[in-house]
Design a protein around this ligand. Structure first.
Ligand SMILES: NC(=O)c1ccc[n+]([C@@H]2O[C@H](COP(=O)([O-])OP(=O)(O)OC[C@H]3O[C@@H](n4cnc5c(N)ncnc54)[C@H](OP(=O)(O)O)[C@@H]3O)[C@@H](O)[C@H]2O)c1
Length: 328
């Protein structure tokens, strides 16, 4: 089979489309013929050696996607050859070979079904980002209808947060650089969209909320924006820290937390057990069914165009960037 092999942790430039032996399923595993695989910023972090995982090399990236079962390992009874399955979470693309390949071996615990009225692309796009957004929204317990601010709102986790937050009854505020994605974000459930590059964005948020403050921030960006995001939070405000696309936070003053009793909590979708991920997935599907929202696809690249697909991801997509493994 063909797979995108990473031979060192020196960046995505080390990826090469290569011929490798077909995977053999171990006990409790199946082999999937991959149809679509989703790109995530964490693939780049891993390729650059910036991620905790240090898989044996060469490695195949790609954490979520969809495919057809083509072989069963010993002990697998609840999945059949020919079934179409979505890769929910697990070690794929992290400590073992992932979905940027024609085939991958995966534990059946990591496989789920997507709703019948989703396309294959929607099913491939959803798992990692919706599970992450779900944890970011729910890790504080059952929140009453709240004001939730999402940074990097047009990205994979951002769109998932808007969809799930809206379904949970929250008022969702979106941050997106530039104005080009404003209408799209309003269409995805944002009550208002603000440009973090505007020096007055916090004042605009205050005016929009008419004296109310933000209850929960979901931060995908970090960097200098983080302190400004904390500044928008009200009494007992919370921040779910998901990502740091703009790098480390410079000169954060912890005094910003004291007086309003602000709490900061990290998010790690990968910290869910397989059973917890499956439970989260069922809740996600139920929430999306309430509003009829479906995962948003920004663009789909043929299998041999993985590097341009990563370029698109770095530009700031709306929704998810996918690799069509069957299109050569
Ligand atoms: N903790 C976890 O479990 C977990 C899980 C998934 C993802 N993550 C992390 O969460 C972050 C977001 O992931 P994602 O999949 O949503 O990413 P994404 O699809 O690439 O989208 C991120 C969005 O953020 C904005 N953005 C991108 N680069 C930026 C920069 N340098 N400065 C400011 N804004 C920038 C862009 O929106 P605009 O152009 O509209 O501003 C972009 O659409 C990443 O750091 C990822 O590694 C963490």
């Amino acid at each position: 089979m063909k797979a995108w092999l990473l031979d060192s942790l020196d960046g995505l430039g080390r990826l090469q489309l290569s011929d490798v032996p077909d995977p053999v399923p171990a006990e409790g595993e199946v082999v999937l013929a991959v149809h679509f695989a989703a790109l995530n910023p964490a693939d780049r972090y891993l390729a650059e050696g910036q991620y905790p995982a240090r898989p044996p090399l060469p490695h195949v990236l790609g954490r979520d996607g969809i495919g057809t079962v083509v072989a069963l390992g010993p002990g697998v009874t609840d999945v059949k050859v020919g079934d179409r399955k979505t890769i929910l979470r697990g070690e794929s693309g992290v400590s073992r070979w992932g979905a940027f390949a024609e085939r991958l071996a995966v534990n059946v615990e990591s496989l789920v079904d997507a709703p019948a009225d989703w396309t294959e692309q929607q099913a491939a796009a959803a798992p990692l980002v919706y599970v992450t957004a779900y944890q970011a929204l729910t890790q504080w317990g059952d929140l009453p209808p709240s004001v939730v601010l999402v940074t990097g709102a047009s990205g994979g986790v951002g769109v998932a947060s808007l969809h799930l937050g809206t379904a949970l009854g929250h008022t969702m505020l979106a941050l997106s650089r530039g104005d080009s994605k404003r209408d799209a974000l309003l269409g995805l459930g944002a009550a208002a969209v603000f440009n973090p590059d505007s020096p007055t964005w916090r004042k605009q948020v205050k005016e929009f909320l008419k004296g109310r403050r933000v209850d929960l921030a979901i931060d995908n960006i970090g960097g200098p924006l983080f302190s400004q995001v904390i500044d928008t939070l009200g009494e007992w405000g919370k921040a779910s820290v998901v990502g740091r696309l703009a790098g480390p936070v410079p000169q954060f003053n912890t005094a910003a937390l004291f007086f309003r009793r602000i709490r900061i909590g990290g998010v790690a979708g990968g910290s869910y057990t397989a059973a917890e991920s499956r439970t989260a997935w069922q809740s996600i599907i139920g929430l999306l069914a309430r509003t009829g929202a479906k995962p948003v696809i920004d663009s789909v690249f043929p299998f041999d165009r993985l590097l341009p697909a990563f370029d698109r991801l770095a530009q700031g997509p709306i929704g998810k960037v996918l690799l069509d493994v069957t299109a050569k």
